[in-house]
Write a protein that binds this ligand. Sequence first.
Ligand code: GLY
Ligand code: MN
Ligand code: MN
Length: 447
Amino acid sequence: MTQIPASKANPNKASSYAQHVATLVSKYAQLLAEGQSVLIHSGSEQHYFGDDRGIVFQAYGHFAHWLPVNRPDQFVLVKAGDTPRYFQVVPQDFWYDQSLQIDAELEPVIHEVFDVVQLSSIEEVAEQADLTVCDYLGPNTAWAAAQGISPAKLNAPALLAPLDFARAVKTEYEIEQLRYANQQGLVGHAAAAECFLAGGSEYEIHNAFLQACSLLEYETPYTNIVGLDANAAVLHYQHKSRVRVSNAQLLLIDAGSRVNGYGSDITRTTPSQHCHPVMDSLITGMEALELAIVESVKPGVPYPTLHDQAIAGVASLLVEHGIAKVAKTELVERRIAHAFMPHGVGHLLGIQVHDVGGHQRSASGGRIEPPAHSPALRTTRMLSEDMVFTVEPGLYFIPMLLDPLRAGDAREVLNWPLIDELIPSGGIRIEDNIRVTATGAENLTRG
Ligand code: GLY
Ligand code: MN
Ligand code: MN
């Protein structure tokens, strides 16, 4: 079996992974009734319509929670009181390499903590257990239904709600993977900034990031966002222009790395010597605001208060830089500041970059809606120890959001000549990954 190199950064990885699986075993034991079992499926390979080309596979989150195996048709069968069983399907195939690419330090542990059953086709799974009595968690409900699993047992909310809610709080093993994904991502960010300052195009910067992190593009946790100047004002800008921009003002790069299924999500905004001095100063101010928000993190804080702090901070920056002519409270109350930061201050992070359960009220379900003034806020949870999320305030000059202000009541409140000078500078975002500790925060991105 081909194996990827072991990381140097996680000396306790094997034992912490074993502990992580033990935590999941007891979590599931609390959820499952006497005799109940659940089959968790990584998912099945998908193809483009009418084509034999496969779509990049990503294992289902609740499977990836158990196993660092990003391959289709892998299964965990969990029954309270039993060792979890791992149905490891490795097809015979001379077209593609079907080896599982498991982390070399974790593979022996998998054989200790699971009852590993090696199979060569998905059809053999039904020979291993009576699937008709199982619950099923996973994306291929058609396959599960064809095994005789009743509709009420396919992704049942009674199981999913507590599992989604619990994913927000990480084990020591998960935090280690996220720490390492941050360390790798920062190496990529340093290379990206260097490439930008040497005059690189978005395409060249993107490749510099990937190469420094030793990533293939499909291995990244999300599509890299690499925007020069005005492109930085498109929040999830997806293109990578091959054109070198002479005298580019700034680079906004939002890019992360992935370790054993856990992704980092990091944004840096780097000014060049050609940056508009006001934008340059706004970047410095945004960095200070981001770090101040992180200082507010501790257990018991409702996440939306971090968002409110970000919006108030953006309002202050607008006033301090002469972009707005009224008090910051007026900019917040009239939702003018919100047009300069139209996204939420962050989101839960882990196996999925926008991890599950961000709006969940409790382990049994329900929703806490984001406030009406910030519908894009992805997390409304109360912070608790070992939650991991991003803090990513931003400030953008987005013409389609500014035009209604210019045409409406706010036209007297804002300094339009200065805004018109800054629109070509695009936008700013600074994003770090944060763990809640017993008393405050660990910034995983800044060590
Ligand atoms: N990278 C996407 C985000 O920051 O949410
Ligand atoms: Mn991001
Ligand atoms: Mn993010």
